[in-house]
Ligand binder design. Structure first.
Ligand SMILES: Cc1cc2nc3c(=O)[nH]c(=O)nc-3n(C[C@H](O)[C@H](O)[C@H](O)COP(=O)(O)OP(=O)(O)OC[C@H]3O[C@@H](n4cnc5c(N)ncnc54)[C@H](O)[C@@H]3O)c2cc1C
Length: 442
């Protein structure tokens, strides 16, 4: 085998998984990461008093996330997996309704909707769990399909909120195949890694290094060009040559980095839309959700945050899922939301965002007061959730770009699945295989 040089842009789960297979096969890999650590959107941070890291954006795995669980097994680290069954709930009419109850039927019957709506809601959920042929569903918007199938009442009261919360003003344009994938894949057991996702990502990065890969942290790539059959990657004004390049950043960054992309492909990339995400993380002195709910979905009646009942979508009490002993006894709560990349949540100060989000916490626990907050953190990203429109499969760019030897693998390409580290790993390994096949073909 001829050893080839590959540059990977991004040390998130996709880039690391691709690098793992490429270095395992003996190729020379440089990963360039703009951030200060590996992990990308799944990266974690650690406060001084904590033993474990916490994800900047809430993360967990499903029990059927076979690609990532398989990789963890290959790394010999399956004993570090933790899969409890936390409580996930919905806030409706001022009350918490548990959704992932061991007895789903009982949970369903408790919902404050008519009996007919409950039955239609339950049957639709069952149908989506059993149905596998998702492709025809992408012709319909989730809103139209769900309204027709489960009826207006169940849709408006239960699922419309989720769509608005995730996709804002695009909520009625998202296709039904994406929605199917969300329901189909969900498992009541939710997994994490001992030490946090960051511990897994560091383990993978270490393995890449042991196999000869080099990870350049804090080194954003400025430009990718092809000259005389070789790729030239520019970092800090210096050029390096490669036989192949894999970019794992967003479609928008790809457009900026590769000025010579063929116009048709560039047009395809520009058409891909996405939502950003913001989270406020609070280290509290007391438990907020005293019924031990881990995940509480909040209603979103309108995409206009100034009119909405709550300023964010999900209240996630991490220490109702993982033991707070790993976090110096802190009670850790995320207040998270998805908003368009030009939303004012990206422009207002951290203090203002924290103030807006914490203003509603008394609704969940009347004893809450701002002096419960020991410390707080704010994380924001303008690319967090691709928006899968009708017939999305036809709009997706191929992992192989029209420039021979240049590959793109990012969250928008794991469709119909909702973006996640499991699919990032699967896609990273698939694209590594494509790169190596390309080398064999010469
Ligand atoms: C709010 C939120 C919740 C989520 N929840 C879950 C969950 O529960 N479970 C789950 O599995 N997944 C979850 N995800 C999704 C998961 O984080 C992503 O699917 C996964 O991390 C994507 O990995 P990636 O490597 O494809 O991309 P990224 O993680 O985005 O990595 C891309 C990397 O490229 C780097 N980069 C960008 N431009 C440059 C440049 N010019 N030069 C060098 N480097 C560059 C970035 O810094 C980044 O590190 C969630 C994501 C968000 C935002």
């Amino acid at each position: 085998m001829i050893k080839r040089r590959v540059a990977i842009i991004g040390a998130g789960a996709t880039g690391l998984a691709a690098a793992y297979d490429l270095t395992c096969a003996g190729h020379s890999v440089d990963i360039y990461e703009g951030g200060a650590e590996v992990g990308g959107l799944a990266a974690g941070f650690r406060d001084d008093s904590w033993d474990w890291t916490l994800e900047k954006f809430y993360h967990h795995w499903f029990a059927n996330d076979d690609a990532i669980l398989g990789l963890i097994k290959e790394l010999g680290a399956s004993d570090k997996l933790l899969f409890p069954r936390p409580i996930t709930s919905l806030w409706l009419d001022g009350r918490i309704y548990q959704m992932d109850s061991p007895n789903v039927v009982v949970a369903n019957l408790r919902l404050p909707i008519s009996l007919v709506a409950k039955i239609r809601y339950g049957l639709t959920g069952l149908y989506l769990r059993l149905f596998k042929n998702w492709l025809p569903m992408e012709r319909h918007t989730a809103q139209n399909w769900l309204r027709r199938t489960m009826g207006r009442e169940a849709y408006e009261r239960l699922w419309r909120s989720l769509l608005i919360g995730k996709f804002g003003y695009s909520f009625d344009k998202v296709n039904m195949a994406w929605f199917w994938a969300r329901v189909y894949k969900r498992t009541p057991r939710l997994g994490t890694f001992e030490g946090g996702f960051q511990a897994f990502l560091e383990l993978l990065a270490d393995r890449v290094r042991e196999q000869g890969g080099v990870i350049h942290l804090g080194q954003p790539v400025e430009c990718i060009k092809k000259e005389d059959g070789q790729f030239v990657v520019t970092v800090n004004g210096a050029d390096s040559g490669y036989d192949a390049v894999l970019n794992t950043s967003s479609p928008q960054i790809m457009l900026r980095l590769v000025p010579d992309l063929p116009p048709d492909y560039a047009t395809r990339l520009s058409a891909l839309q996405g939502m950003g995400a913001v989270v406020v993380i609070l280290a509290l002195k007391h438990q907020l959700l005293t019924d031990n709910t881990y995940w509480l979905s909040l209603p979103a009646d309108t995409p206009d945050k100034s009119q909405a009942e709550f300023p964010f979508l999900a209240l996630v009490e991490h220490t109702n899922y993982m033991d707070r002993a790993h976090y110096g006894g802190d009670h850790l709560v995320y207040c998270g939301d998805y908003v368009a990349p030009d939303h004012d949540y990206f422009d207002i100060s951290e203090d203002e965002l924290v103030e807006r989000f914490t203003a509603v916490l008394k609704r969940f626990n009347p004893d809450f007061s701002p002096d419960w907050i020991r410390k707080r953190w704010v994380y924001r990203t303008r690319y967090a959730q691709p928006i899968p429109l009708v017939n999305h499969s036809q709009a997706l760019p191929d992992l192989r770009t029209p420039m021979d030897g240049l590959y793109l693998a990012n969250m928008s390409q794991v469709y119909p699945w909702d973006r996640g580290t499991n699919y990032a790993v699967e896609m990273g390994r698939t694209v590594a295989g494509m790169i190596m096949t390309g080398f064999e073909r010469g």
